[in-house]
Design a protein around this ligand. Structure first.
Ligand code: AMP
Ligand code: ZN
Length: 465
């Protein structure tokens, strides 16, 4: 019996899809103005695990993910430049080029992490007409009003506003930097549609003149279009609870006159060295950055799998080293069972039941991983290998690529030219001092001399390219 934690009720609830067979699910997707960092990707690993558990339990999936390529302003409120336009000016490319480039990069990152895309991937800019219609409907029902700069949602008309975050409106306003806008009826009213300033690049004709959608409206409009009036599950990161999802609930329930989502699920944040992950601190890493440091993308997936999705996960390179070692050992442990004969014992059955209990208890993947490890400690048996393959349908760790642990090849170091050796030593020192900028610089120098460094669990090795 699958139980899922619903952010709205703050409880684990027994889950059954509305139609009994196919799960309808909407996942807030990326804003494609930059590479996804490993924190963003943790949220999509969570989405993927949830989808895999639903499939394992025999359900079909009808999932939708949006790609935000317009309307997400620099602050999560209604202020600042559109993130897409900022990137467009910085890189001297059109917003469309920026969106295409980073969407492609995002899809490649997901593939490396064995995350399969939901059945429908919907770009905000392909749905402008749906959004305009949605805003018109809200205005007609008395929930939207026009000012000189935008069309706003009138939250005083939606008394349940704040039910997801359970924050009092006054607290939310006190915490936010709310600009003085005399025409807004309430400081927390949010934009459904923004009127474009003359220098704004992305703008469309609308009943309110040239403009562009507010960030939240795309998710209400696209989930309605692809999943109907009410659907089963909505996912996103915890940062979306107080603003984005609160606003989405207000829009959708106001328009439909009923509840529109049954279960709200949120993935907790990934932090770095115990603190916030942010560009200004220089501690946001991409999958490529991890690969450059010698980690495999699936070792990062394994790293994510070790924490429950509702717990904060602290990223450190020590933790990543440990994940890489454990992942390699896991492949080795599976390998021991691969070539073994089939046995009649029912050992694997017991573990299958334990595994199902773990994943059905609000996607408890760390516990499920524990079951896998325990099972692999049994004497070699093809039955265990087969069970591991079944578990991998949920874990997504490519366990079929099982292989014995590789021996390191330290002798290569001796053949290195003096200059390369010195650079490698300097780089190891920089890495030990966590001076990653310097370490990357030294890597580039080594690279220019025709050598590559590969970071391993015991340090690093260097070889000719
Ligand atoms: P964005 O592209 O900014 O809209 O973010 C994409 C997704 O990543 C959203 O679901 C966010 O909630 C999520 N997210 C952003 N930062 C983190 C983080 N540090 N850890 C986990 N998820 C995050
Ligand atoms: Zn959304």
């Amino acid at each position: 019996m699958l139980k899922l934690y619903n952010t709205l009720s703050r409880k684990k609830e027994v889950f059954t899809p509305i139609d009994g067979k196919t799960v309808t699910m909407y996942s807030c997707g990326p804003t494609v103005y930059n590479y996804a960092h490993i924190g963003n990707l943790r949220t999509y690993v969570f989405m993927d695990l949830l989808r895999r558990v639903l499939k394992y339990d025999g359900y079909k999936l009808n999932g939708v993910m949006n790609i935000t390529d317009v309307g997400h302003l620099l602050s999560d409120g209604d202020e600042g430049e559109d993130k897409m336009e900022t990137a467009s000016r910085r890189l001297n490319k059109t917003p469309e080029e920026i969106a295409a480039f980073y969407t492609d990069a995002f899809v490649k990152d997901l593939a490396k992490l064995n995350i399969s895309l939901p059945e429908t991937v919907a770009k905000a800019t392909d749905h402008i007409d749906d959004m305009i219609q949605y805003v018109e409907d809200l205005c007609e029902k008395g929930y939207g009003y026009e000012t000189d700069d935008a069309v706003y949602f009138d939250i005083s008309k939606f008394p349940q506003y704040g039910k997801l975050s359970r924050l009092k409106l006054d607290d939310q306003i006190a915490g936010a930097r709310v600009s003085v806008n005399e025409q807004k009826r309430h400081p927390a009213d949010f934009a459904l549609w923004k009127k474009a300033e003359p220098n704004h690049i992305m703008k469309w004709q609308s009943p309110w003149g040239l403009g562009y959608p507010g960030w939240h409206i795309e998710c209400s409009a696209m989930s309605r279009k692809y999943l109907g009036k009410i659907f089963d599950i909505h996912t996103g990161g915890v940062d979306h609870i107080p603003v984005h999802h609160e606003n989405e609930i207000a829009q959708s329930e106001a328009r439909e006159g009923q509840k529109t989502v049954n279960v709200w699920m949120h993935g907790e944040f990934m932090c770095v060295d115990g603190g916030k992950m942010s560009k200004s601190l220089g501690n946001t890493y991409t999958v490529d950055n991890l690969e450059e440091r010698g980690y495999s993308p699936l070792a990062f997936r394994y790293f994510c799998l070790n924490a429950h999705y509702r717990k904060k996960l602290n990223f450190t390179f020590e933790g990543m080293d440990a994940a890489q070692v454990s992942y390699d050992r896991l492949l080795d442990a599976v390998y021991r069972h691969k070539a073994a004969p089939k046995t009649d014992d029912k050992a694997a059955e017991k573990y299958k039941a334990e595994f199902a209990d773990a994943i059905d208890d609000d996607i408890n993947i760390p516990l499920a991983l524990g079951v896998l490890w325990k099972m692999l400690k049994e004497s070699p048996s093809r039955n265990i290998y087969d069970a591991a393959m079944r578990f991998d349908a949920v874990l997504g760790l490519s366990l079929s690529k099982a292989r014995p642990l590789k021996e390191e090849q330290p002798q290569q170091e001796q053949e290195l030219p003096e200059q390369v050796k010195r650079l490698v030593e300097e780089r190891s020192a920089a890495r030990a001092a966590k001076d990653f900028a310097k370490s990357d610089e030294l890597r580039a120098k080594i690279d220019a001399l025709g050598y590559k460094v590969i970071d391993t669990k015991d340090g690093c090795r260097c070889e000719k390219k």
